[in-house]
Design a protein around this ligand. Structure first.
Ligand code: ZN
Length: 272
């Protein structure tokens, strides 16, 4: 079976000790393509370097909403330059995360003032819009991270009707997933689907047509139920595909084959 890993972070220090060995075992296990997704400027440069080293790795470059402090003029210059690299097939991950920001704030400063919340939302929306515009200009799809920010995310997707991409590690309702699909977007299903009681994402997997699903591990940040307490890697895709197959009543082969083809089309010119 062949899998396309559509969201991994192999440039992170978690893989420094054995990166090459892991990437080769992942490839031997049938993961024929990996999209290495960036979260800030350093990560963007490292993703492009990694994609230059391995023909089956492709890069997405961008700034995650939790790293918004590094979104400045020099970051914009770097991203404009990096999107031109042949191994860069997407912009991201970018988007909105009101959950992480609020919970981080509570620990650090006590309850945030309403004005702070509004200012932060505006900063995140500005960076997200800028990256959507960059993708539009470069003709690239976008890897969107969105948490506790459904309405603002939908608003920005609608502002850029020509931009397509994936709503990565989807955490909203099946209704919102179908709205994204209507706008031409794909839905990324990750390790959460293997958790007992993951009702919401199971319903998403059931209702969204297979032609619009992508599979991803978000390694090393997420793990499947059976890999709890371990460092994950893209071999977990087999468990995610099997879970989706069970929900849809189809074979795991069909899930692997169709999601691989979906990703190949979305993240072209990646040769597939
Ligand atoms: Zn990620």
């Amino acid at each position: 079976m062949e899998y396309f890993e559509t969201h991994a972070h192999y440039d992170t220090p978690e893989y420094d000790a054995d990166r090459d060995a892991i990437l080769r075992s992942v490839s031997d296990a049938g993961v024929s393509h990996i999209l290495n997704v960036s979260y800030e400027t350093g990560s963007s440069a490292r993703s492009v370097a990694l994609a230059g080293q391995y023909p089956w790795i492709h890069a997405a470059v961008g700034i995650h909403p939790q790293y918004i402090q590094c979104f400045d003029e020099s970051a914009k210059t770097l991203l404009r330059e990096l999107v031109q690299a042949p191994s860069v097939v997407a912009v991201g991950e970018c988007g909105l995360d009101y959950f992480a920001w609020k919970s981080g704030k509570k620990e650090a400063d006590g309850i945030s003032a309403q004005a702070d919340i509004i200012a932060e939302r505006e900063r995140q929306m500005e960076a997200f819009r800028w990256q959507m515009e960059l993708a539009a200009q470069a003709g690239l799809p976008v890897v969107v991270h969105s948490r506790a920010a459904g309405p603002d995310t939908m608003q920005i997707l609608r502002e850029f009707p020509k931009v397509r991409g994936v709503m990565h590690s989807f955490s909203y309702s099946a209704e919102m997933a179908l709205e994204c699909v209507k706008l031409g977007w794909h839905i990324g299903i990750g390790p959460v689907i293997t958790r007992p009681g993951a009702r919401k994402i199971r319903e998403v997997a059931e209702k969204v047509p297979l032609e619009r699903l992508l599979i991803e591990t978000d390694c090393p940040y997420q793990v499947t139920e059976s890999c709890r307490g371990q460092r994950g890697d893209s071999r977990m895709l087999a468990q995610i595909a099997a879970e989706i197959a069970g929900i849809k009543g189809i074979s795991a082969e069909e899930v692997a084959e169709t999601t691989t083809a979906n990703a190949g089309k979305l993240f072209s010119p990646s040769p597939i």
